[in-house]
Design a protein around this ligand. Sequence first.
Ligand code: ADP
Ligand code: MG
Length: 356
Amino acid sequence: MANVELTNVRKVYGSSVEAVKGINIAIEDGALCVLVGPSGCGKSTLLRMIAGLESITDGTVKIDNKVVNELGPAERDIAMVFQNYALYPHMKVYDNMAYGLRNRGMPKDQIDKRVKDAAQILELTQLLERRPKELSGGQRQRVAMGRAIVRSPKVFLFDEPLSNLDAKLRGQMRVEIKNLQRQLGVTSVYVTHDQLEAMTLADILVVMNAGSVEQIGAPLDIYEKPASTFVASFIGAPPMNLVPVKADHSGLVLKDGTRIGAEGLSIPLTGALIGFRPEDLEVSAGTDTHIGGLALDLKVLGVEPVGAESYVYGIIGGERVVVRVPGRSTSNTDDQLRVIIPKQKLHLFGADGKRI
Ligand SMILES: Nc1ncnc2c1ncn2[C@@H]1O[C@H](COP(=O)(O)OP(=O)(O)O)[C@@H](O)[C@H]1O
Ligand SMILES: [Mg+2]
């Protein structure tokens, strides 16, 4: 087992594509670190630099307190699990799992023990004689995991391992991977573009954007205190509502000219945004301005019942927003609602997109 430390890690492809722009992350021994961000933000590139599959332009990668920049993948004591499983189709499950160990010349009885132990952990014991095409997607993914486990590496690296599975199975596998990682206690770096997967798996969450780190922290801390509008709209679904607001001598003005009272809020004169999560709005019965909160008028554009809750889409101050209400909503298109944002649920961002 091992810690992983990235210091000013950069990657330039060719002469000009800066895919990773100087990243610092420290991952404690045994932790599960998730790199999340939109497609093309540099997640795979960073993971591949940790794996040794991609050269490092600048900076250092340390595994177990040792700089590994110049070591090949086989010398880094890591195991990688990919989206497409990369199983050998003509080999039985047993042989797929044993393959890497045989290549290393491990004695047969040791290989047998490791494969059978891993099969038991992954509930693959009954499937060891099958070939990949005789398995479901979830079972194949477990074999890919098994192949990583038998090597008992210092670090697991996952690159979108669940992307090929349907939503239900993805949910199940997410729980399995989390439990397995806890049980084995192997330091792991997990790449995904799926914010829900990231939130539920991570001990430490790294939100990436255009080759840089936007925010690092515990998932719920990031959810509750996003450092930027990028993080605010990337983490959480539906995303945080962001409404532009200006300040003048007598208070705050929304895009469509609506004036709002906001005692005690200090907002820069231009370019600011107020943010509020869809679940943090209270629909108010009256028309009173609420003590300790921001009262806003919302015009309903439509309502989507999704079962346990409803999404009410509407306009506040000329900006589209969404509100989550429990159960069935009684609102209809064109209704005018008064909604309250409790002050402690209000987020403020400056013109640079950074949290104020
Ligand atoms: N081999 C490569 N050569 C040149 N550019 C690349 C190469 N691999 C990735 N890139 C570029 O680097 C950026 C980051 O890619 P990648 O790490 O694959 O993103 P992600 O995994 O977050 O989707 C993208 O702009 C991509 O086009
Ligand atoms: Mg990728």
